[in-house]
Design a protein around this ligand. Structure first.
Ligand code: FES
Length: 253
């Protein structure tokens, strides 16, 4: 039996959803694999929506909004672009970044809507089922996906995405401006660090574990795990549970 991917589409109300409507009334042909969720603006698509989509079985996720400059909330699609870039970087860590797409489709582009959906469906077909999406999902991948969702929803990533423009375009109180190259360096390390920290939190669950045990389990250098523990403790997310011998055991708070 040929593989029929499950595609989840988030369409902004004012442009892409109307474009999809036009495709329908104009009888534009496109594959029936897409399931559409209407949102008021592409900027409304929280990264967690995309991760959740994969968690519940999507093989591919597409976000569509008004063309740049046409957003009905002025800058919603700029926000969508920034969030999408973050989602892509996170998914790259688990090799699933080629399963998402961001496209601009206006209300008058019914034919384009059909073409985009057709092309994306074919692309996902060529990749095969998502490791998280088949009837028998890869549990390790699902845990990693969950970690990504936790990491992307954390305060640090939300701040970095939300304040990117302010940070790179305006001076701080000391009259300093952060250039884009420096910002991206910070952003890219934050992606990896927050992913590792979220993996630690998920692994701890209800258990108590040592730095060494976590390092072996997650295949992260022990000195890096120790650094993460210091941060997680300062954030009030972990604490010492007990000392076994001379080894401190950490637990989630
Ligand atoms: S209203 Fe369509 S992208 Fe914002």
């Amino acid at each position: 039996m040929s593989f029929e991917p499950k595609i989840l589409g988030f369409l902004c109300n004012w442009c892409s959803y109307a474009g999809a409507d036009l495709a329908g009334v104009s009888r534009v042909q496109y594959p029936p694999n897409i399931r559409v969720i209407r949102v008021m603006c592409s900027g409304r698509v929280d990264p967690a929506f995309i991760f959740k989509g994969f968690e519940v079985g999507a093989d591919g996720v597409i976000v569509m909004g008004c063309h740049i400059g046409d957003c009905h909330y002025l800058e919603g699609n700029y926000e969508a672009e920034k969030k999408f870039a973050m989602v892509q970087k996170f998914l790259k860590l688990i090799g699933m970044d080629n399963r998402i797409r961001l496209e601009w489709v206006s209300a008058s582009e019914g034919a384009r809507y059909g073409a985009v959906v057709t092309e994306f469906t074919e692309h996902i077909k060529s990749l095969g089922p998502a490791p998280t999406g088949s009837d028998n999902p890869d549990q390790t991948m699902l845990t990693k996906l969950k970690a990504i969702k936790v990491a992307a929803s954390g305060e640090r990533m939300r701040e970095l995405v939300g304040r990117q423009r302010k940070i790179t375009e305006e001076e701080n109180v000391y009259g300093e401006k952060t250039d884009m190259e420096t910002f991206l360096k910070i952003f890219n390390s934050a992606i990896v660090e927050e992913f590792e920290r979220a993996q630690i939190l998920i692994s701890l669950g209800e258990d108590r574990k040592s730095v060494k045990a976590l390092a072996v389990e997650l295949q992260i250098d022990p000195s890096i795990v120790l650094g993460h523990m210091t941060i997680l403790k300062a954030r009030g997310q972990v604490d010492f549970g007990e000392i076994v011998g001379i080894t401190p055991m950490f637990q989630r708070i």
